[in-house]
Design a protein around this ligand. Structure first.
Ligand code: PMV
Length: 342
């Protein structure tokens, strides 16, 4: 019996991945940072078995057997079995838990698939008695197969996924860490996730990506996302906060504008999402604090600010924003250091 445990973070995209080609290849590059508190811990135990022809797993989420998740994981394992040739010879017991509130609308697929991919890479090394030459890059590659954005979660700090001529070692198949390109102004950043609506999203990101295929603005979006990647890379280097705010907020609004204007339109923001955005803009105009927002594919608002403004921003959350959150729920994060083998 071989056992491994990895804890891996979720990440928040600053330039968004929205739209993909075959095999989870992104239609444009994206940039994110990893979070420090939104984490998935996954233990995988592998036990050799008699029947070596099929994948067999048992999956527990927070100590309860969960067959719905098991189906998704089996489909992922079938895709990676060509690389992890031992997979069909072992029975896997997988136990997973999240640090963030269950069904809070915080995306868990990035932390879940990165933890799973890291665990598989560790088991691969142990069972095959080899050393993977680029452990994290390999984990990023396989995490991508599970959920695109998960490939950016196998490292801490800032990460870029997608081939761009602006970064020599970038790739569509895995993410790369760009911490060596970050100005001190952006080294510490806080992300307060305001839970506007808990629960499952009306449209999954898989469906969302698919809708881009027939979207009249798709090509324009990919061009802008490429441009924004270039702009954000220079902003992250030169430390210019006002330019950072412009790009990051525009990326968030464009993501939701694409949803609203797709051939089958859908709306994931809620009235309270928009109310919070208005509040953030008013507060920024009045106080000149450097705070901004971004959005995931959901109604929750990610409020971003650097450390120097954090006390003022946390007061603002308490005084003015908490009332827009479902059950007053919000979740404080900062830039995280990345996955941890436990
Ligand atoms: O990795 P997926 O398929 O869940 O897509 C993630 C899409 C966004 O969160 C909206 C953007 C991103 O780059 O993370």
């Amino acid at each position: 019996m071989k056992t491994t445990t990895w804890q891996s973070p979720s990440n928040i995209a600053l330039v968004k991945y929205w739209g993909k080609k075959e095999n989870q290849i992104p239609a444009n590059p994206s940039i994110s940072f990893s979070l420090n508190n939104a984490l998935t811990t996954t233990t995988i135990s592998a036990e050799i078995k008699e029947n070596r022809n099929a994948i067999s797993i048992e999956f527990f989420f927070e100590n309860e057997k969960n067959d719905a998740f098991a189906i998704k994981i089996i489909s992922f394992l079938e895709k990676v079995a060509s690389e992890f040739t031992w997979l069909k010879s072992y029975h896997l017991t997988i136990n997973s838990s999240n640090t963030f509130p269950h069904s809070s609308g915080i995306a868990s697929s990035a932390s879940a698939f990165s933890a799973l991919a890291l665990g598989l890479c560790t088991l691969h090394e142990e069972i095959m008695e080899i050393k993977l030459p680029n452990f994290y890059q390999t984990a990023s590659y396989w995490a991508r197969v599970g959920s695109g954005s998960a490939c950016r979660s196998v490292y801490g700090g800032y990460n870029l996924w997608g081939k761009t001529s602006l970064l020599a070692h970038s790739s569509d198949e895995y993410a790369v860490n760009i911490d060596d390109q970050i100005h001190p102004n952006f080294k510490t950043f806080n992300d307060t996730i305001l839970i506007i609506e808990k629960g499952k999203k009306a449209v999954s990101s898989t469906q969302g990506h698919a809708l881009l295929k027939e979207h009249p603005f798709a090509q324009m979006r990919y061009n802008i996302a490429n441009e924004n990647t270039g702009k954000l890379l220079s902003i992250l280097k030169n430390g210019e906060m006002n330019d950072f705010i412009k790009i990051v907020e525009s990326e968030a609004l464009m993501l939701h504008a694409l949803m609203m204007t797709s051939p089958t339109p859908f709306i994931l923001v809620k009235p309270n999402t928009l109310a919070v955005i208005e509040k953030i803009w008013d507060f920024r105009n009045q106080t000149h604090s450097e705070l901004l927002f971004t959005l995931d594919a959901g109604a929750n608002v990610h409020l971003l600010n650097s450390d120097k403004d954090n006390e003022q921003v946390q007061q603002f959350v308490q005084n003015e924003l908490i009332g827009y959150c479902q059950n007053d729920l919000y979740f404080c994060n900062a830039i995280g250091k990345g996955p941890l083998k436990i």
